[in-house]
Design a protein around this ligand. Structure first.
Ligand code: KIV
Length: 265
């Protein structure tokens, strides 16, 4: 049955203490399976640059790539909230942010996601004023891999952790309706989730987030090369795509996933 997930319903889930399930999706067929299995949020992630295009980072992904895959996901979706990633350098100024985010909304997104902290405040205010809901993204923001010097856990130092809380609160005040936190200590994710009214969606951020997201290829065990510690292959457990997704949704809802072995401290 069509459920039409909205950002308001996600906030209701947080208030009710119900966990939010999210997955990346890039095409109509998987979007259909995921939404039929009650995955709340589908993200057209710029991770497609790695898992679909075979690049070693997300940097080569273009706005046209994300628009194309957003149209595909929209065509197969059955009521999940669709978030589209803004690719590298498509939101480097407020004006370019608004124009490129508009393209993603016209392609079928319900919300756009941007990586970064306080430097995005004007852009986020402007998006919200223009009717475009925003998901922020803090912690390990993969578009900054060259600044970080690799895919490393962020927020381990007290000062860095305090700054992340400050930035998250500023992003929320600017209008962000959701926050993805990637590869941060579980204790920091807990502090963030308690400090914010908006839901946190974690990947490699421990069980205390308000929801979880995984790259679909990791969940289905078809990622090649490096398999991150925080991911879990549900195909080896179930042997069937539909059952694998159902198991993921159930484990997120019950708080079974992620376990301590998928988390950082
Ligand atoms: O691009 C992506 O898939 C993401 C998730 C890992 C959160 O940003």
């Amino acid at each position: 049955m069509k459920k039409n997930m909205t950002s308001a319903k996600l906030i209701q889930k947080k208030i009710a203490g119900e966990k939010i399930s999210a997955l990346t999706a890039y095409d109509a067929s998987f979007a259909g399976v995921f939404s039929d299995q009650n995955v709340d949020v589908l993200l057209i992630g710029d991770s497609l640059g790695m898992v679909l295009q075979g690049n070693d980072s997300t940097l080569p992904v273009t706005i046209d790539d994300i628009c194309y895959h957003t149209r595909c996901v929209k065509a197969g979706n059955n009521g999940s909230l669709i978030i589209a990633d803004m690719p590298f350098m498509t939101y480097s100024t407020p004006e370019s942010t608004w124009i490129n985010a508009g393209k993603l909304m016209q392609a079928g997104a319900n919300m756009v996601k941007l990586e970064g902290g306080k430097w995005l405040l004007e852009s986020i205010k402007g998006l919200t004023q223009r009717g475009i809901p925003v998901c922020a993204h803090l912690g390990l923001t993969p578009q900054s891999v060259n600044v970080f010097g690799g895919y490393k856990v962020q927020g381990r130092e007290q000062e860095q952790a305090d700054l992340m809380i400050e930035e998250a609160l500023a992003l929320e005040a600017a209008g962000a309706q959701l926050l993805v936190v990637e590869c941060i200590p579980a204790s920091l994710a807990k502090r963030l989730s308690e400090a914010l009214t908006i839901p946190t969606i974690g990947i490699g951020a421990g069980v205390h987030c308000d929801g979880q997201i995984l790259v679909m290829h990791d969940l289905l065990g078809i990622s090649t090369g490096y398999i991150p510690k925080f991911s879990k292959n549900y195909m080896t457990l179930t042997g069937d795509i539909h059952k694998a997704i159902a198991a993921y949704v159930e484990e997120v809802s019950s708080g079974t996933f992620p376990g301590p072995e998928h988390s950082f401290e």
